[in-house]
Design a protein around this ligand. Structure first.
Ligand code: B12
Length: 207
């Protein structure tokens, strides 16, 4: 295991930010740094599952990753003069995980997308309102909990019932999503990677 991943797993609040700065200075791509931290978070999750870590450690891990995003954000600031298209982004209802969503937002903005972030635990109706008000090209939904899969399906059904499904492409992202979930929920694309998500959004615009 690399040193940065290990430091994240061990929740080393002082050394993680320093290691991230050092990796950035050494010219290591942001995507690679985030992936190392994400792997550490996955292992924190495993420790939580097997009873080695408890909720406070999960919360600390969240804070630690947010401090990483703060360091990386300035590097991600992209070309604001051109916009590829507009994305309405939200973590679905009953799910409050937002770190992966925020990473995707950073990557998408750096690639030239205009992102309207609705936050976490977002009700399907609020997403329909945002489609009417913001006129996005893409709706991007984040989900980290398997128990929130129903919320994805409900969101897409609500979008269909409102008669605006054909106005947007829908991408779902997050650690537990799959092609099967995409089919079941009626989305246009699915991925477990923020970087791939941006590529898929570019592809969806051309379809
Ligand atoms: C940190 C954390 C928390 C923090 C979240 C803080 C925050 N601000 O987000 C807190 C403490 C709040 C939390 C709470 C809970 N959590 Co939690 N949490 C995690 C943990 C350890 C890390 C998640 C994370 O941030 N990873 C780092 C980011 C960068 O990775 P990521 O989210 O996967 O995102 C990447 C991709 O998925 C993708 N992506 C994500 N979103 C999107 C969106 C789009 C559009 C795209 C394209 C891509 C994309 O891009 C990112 C970068 O590549 C995970 C473990 C894990 N394996 O993920 C558990 C985990 C997700 N949590 C879990 C659980 C059970 C809970 C709780 C129910 C615990 C409890 N008993 O209360 C609550 C649920 C609260 C709720 N209603 O949502 C379980 C879920 C199990 C399951 N089967 O669903 C996990 C898997 C832990 C485990 N192994 O048990 N959690």
């Amino acid at each position: 295991m690399n040193e940065l991943t290990k430091a994240v797993v061990e929740l080393e609040h002082e050394s993680v930010p320093e290691m991230v700065r050092n990796e950035l200075d050494a010219g290591i791509p942001v995507e690679e740094i985030i992936e190392k931290c994400r792997q550490g978070m996955e292992m924190v999750g495993e420790k939580f599952s097997n009873g080695e870590y408890y909720l406070p450690e999960l919360i600390m891990a969240g804070e630690l990753f947010n401090s990483v995003i703060e360091i990386i954000r300035p590097v991600l600031t992209g070309d604001k003069t051109s916009t590829l298209g507009k994305i309405v982004l939200a973590t679905v209802k009953d799910d409050i995980h937002d770190i992966g969503k925020n990473v995707f937002k950073g990557f998408a903005e750096a690639s030239g997308f205009d992102v309207c972030d609705l936050g976490v635990d977002v009700a399907p109706e609020a997403i329909v309102d945002a489609i009417s008000n913001e006129k996005p090209d893409i709706v991007a939904l984040s989900c980290l909990l398997t128990s929130a899969f129903d919320s994805i399906e409900k969101t897409i059904t609500t979008i269909k019932k409102a008669g605006v499904r054909d106005q947007v492409k829908i991408i779902i992202g997050g650690a537990p999503v799959s092609g099967e979930l995409k089919e079941w929920a009626g989305a246009d694309a699915a991925t477990r990677s923020a970087a791939e998500g941006v590529q898929l959004c570019k592809k969806l615009l051309n379809e």
